[in-house]
Design a protein around this ligand. Structure first.
Ligand code: PEP
Ligand code: MG
Length: 573
């Protein structure tokens, strides 16, 4: 049967290929072999997961509020009984030993066997207890997977389309080493870090499809239109041929754009516009060079830290930063200090707070972990000796935080000085404007920092109270909300007046339909994923800034997003 699904378009282009469904939940756990010498360790891993779940259930029992219904206690008792029953916990240990398989697979095999036994029970009440067994098994599985949070991709992904219920940013980093033609997910918002990374892969992708993972089957033929956010499942030949044509057109357009690589980014009226690149890892340098970026406006350093049991030490970080700084030679490299929390969590740090996006994230986390922060700052400063590095601090919200962050940089500098290690003493320190409080209390930033970079992804999230990773509110995520535009315009205007360089490094910077509006607001420095840079350059080359004035003024006076959208369309016409 053919059908279409609609989601949020994340990365343009067209892919045609067969679906590969990514494992998720107990039904789909992956199977891998365990070496003889690691069997005992695997059994211990299983036992430890069972112990964690036991403790979880017992602590839920202890924390039950006075007056909680009796059913709650009965339910927890039943789950503890299931967990303590040998059928669920002893057999998987034997299977690991006999079959040399991973703990997750052993657990799945045993739950499959138990399912058959439950199916054969005549008593309906007892038969329904199967659901409880599954819930307990899922809990154990979750702990097991939590240990090695990253997903496993198939050995040969070539040309396949990855269909996932959800992907974490860490998964997408692993995914970079694969040759998938496209990917789609049920969850996620357009500026979730998963989506941002998808853009950096430069393959079509769509998020927030809701039920794709359930509706699509392994090996079904899919067409992914990453520009329109449409998935066609089992299309007929006529449609496939039509999309092959569109695919060729897209490739031709990309080829044409690549000719702009060395063209200076100057508007019709002669204004030079800095177009810089956002990167996640030193591996992205190739893409930076291919698009002809004049610098790196955002190096999301936290991707060096994700998906690994042990954090990178000072020397490893230094090597990564030095590689990038040296490769860029005299072009600036803006390294953002660790921005973990929200949808990016470090392995082993399970508790990022009740609401991670509003919790101990980014600079807040770094100030709470001074040794970790100092290690990173020393690594960045050491690398500053080999190129043109700037330090960028994420999620600042007050003068005190700025002062504390700058003090930490000074301490790292002193430590290097004492150890006779060279660094650039004039390395500029900048701050991200991502929280409305920062944009509104800008004087504190302008006084203390050397440059600013507007992180519109978070600025929109925090201004509109929309979790950027939550697909259920993705429809409310709107860069053209008047409140967002006021904050962006105000920041650009105040910083320019104070002669403090200001950039936009959120996804708005790479959105061609917003290039003219941002130029009209006075922005002269953009940083975006390399894949978007040449399209933005093309738009810059076609723009005459003085002509944008009257429409920009109208846009800033408009009260609703629909009106603003119409005016932006006129601006781009
Ligand atoms: C932003 O918030 O706009 C930004 C550039 O940072 P990140 O997307 O990594 O949160
Ligand atoms: Mg941000």
């Amino acid at each position: 049967m053919s059908f279409a699904l609609h989601g949020v378009a994340v990365s343009g282009g067209i892919a045609i290929g067969r679906a590969h469904l990514l494992a998720h939940g107990i039904e789909e756990v992956t199977h891998y072999a365990i070496a003889e010498s690691d069997i005992d360790q695997e059994i211990q891993r299983f036992d430890a997961a069972v112990a964690v779940v036991r403790e979880e259930l017992q602590s839920l029992q202890r924390a039950a509020p006075v007056g909680a219904p009796d059913e709650l206690n009965a339910f927890l008792n039943l789950h503890l009984m299931i967990l303590n029953d040998e059928t669920l916990t002893e057999t998987p240990r034997t299977l690991i030993k006999q079959q040399h398989c991973n703990a997750e697979w052993a657990l799945k095999q045993q739950t499959d066997a138990l399912f058959d036994e439950f199916e054969a029970i005549e008593d309906a009440y007892l038969r329904e207890r199967w659901a409880d067994v599954m819930q307990v098994a899922e809990r154990v599985l979750k702990v097991l997977l939590g240990r090695s949070k990253s997903v496993r991709f198939p050995a040969n992904a070539n040309g396949r389309i990855l269909v996932a219920h959800d992907l974490s940013p860490t998964d997408v980093i692993l995914f970079k080493q694969q040759q998938f033609a496209a990917f789609i997910t049920d969850l996620g918002g357009a500026t979730s870090h998963t989506a941002i990374l998808a853009r950096s892969l430069n393959i079509p992708s769509i998020v927030a499809l809701h039920h794709a993972w359930k509706l699509i089957r392994e090996n079904e033929v899919l067409i992914i239109d990453g520009t329109q956010g449409v998935v066609l499942v089992n299309p007929d030949d006529l449609i496939v041929n039509e999309y092959k044509l569109k695919q060729n057109q897209w490739a031709l357009e990309r080829q044409k754009l690549s000719r702009l690589r060395a063209t200076p980014s100057v508007t019709i009226d002669g204004t030079t516009i800095e177009l810089q690149a956002n990167i996640e890892l030193p591996d992205d340098l190739d893409a930076v060079n291919q698009c002809g970026a004049t610098g790196i406006g955002l190096f999301r350093s936290e991707f060096l830290f994700l998906g690994r049991a042990e954090l990178p030490g000072e020397d490893e970080q230094f090597e990564a930063y030095r590689t990038v700084a040296a490769a860029m030679e005299s072009r600036p490299v803006t390294i953002r200090t660790l921005d973990v929390g929200a949808d990016k969590s470090l392995d082993g740090v399970e508790d990022m707070g009740i609401n991670p996006a509003l919790g101990l994230r980014a600079i807040r986390y770094c100030l709470a972990e001074p040794q970790l922060f100092l290690t990173q700052l020393r690594a960045i400063l050491r690398a500053s000796h080999y190129g043109k590095i700037q330090i960028l601090i994420p999620m600042l919200s007050s003068a005190l935080e700025i002062v504390q962050a700058i003090d930490m940089v000074k301490t790292a500098q002193e430590q290097l000085r004492d150890a006779n290690i060279p660094y650039d003493p004039a390395v500029p320190i900048g701050g991200m404007i991502e929280v409305p409080a920062a944009a509104l209390a800008l004087s504190a930033f302008l006084k203390r920092l050397d440059f600013l970079s507007i992180g519109t992804n978070d600025l929109i999230q925090y201004t509109l109270a929309i979790d950027r990773a939550d697909d259920s509110v993705a429809y409310l995520y709107n860069p053209l909300h008047p409140a967002v535009l006021q904050l962006v315009a105000h920041t650009i205007k105040r910083a320019s007046r104070a002669n403090i360089p200001v950039a936009v490094c959120g996804e708005m910077a790479g959105e061609v339909s917003l290039t003219r509006l941002l130029l009209g607001l006075g922005l002269r420095q953009f940083s975006m994923h390399p894949a978007q840079l040449l399209s933005v350059k093309q738009q810059v080359l076609k723009t005459n800034i003085p002509e944008l004035k009257s429409l920009t003024n109208k846009i800033m006076l408009a009260e609703d997003s629909e009106k603003i959208e119409q005016l932006v369309d006129r601006m781009n016409a």
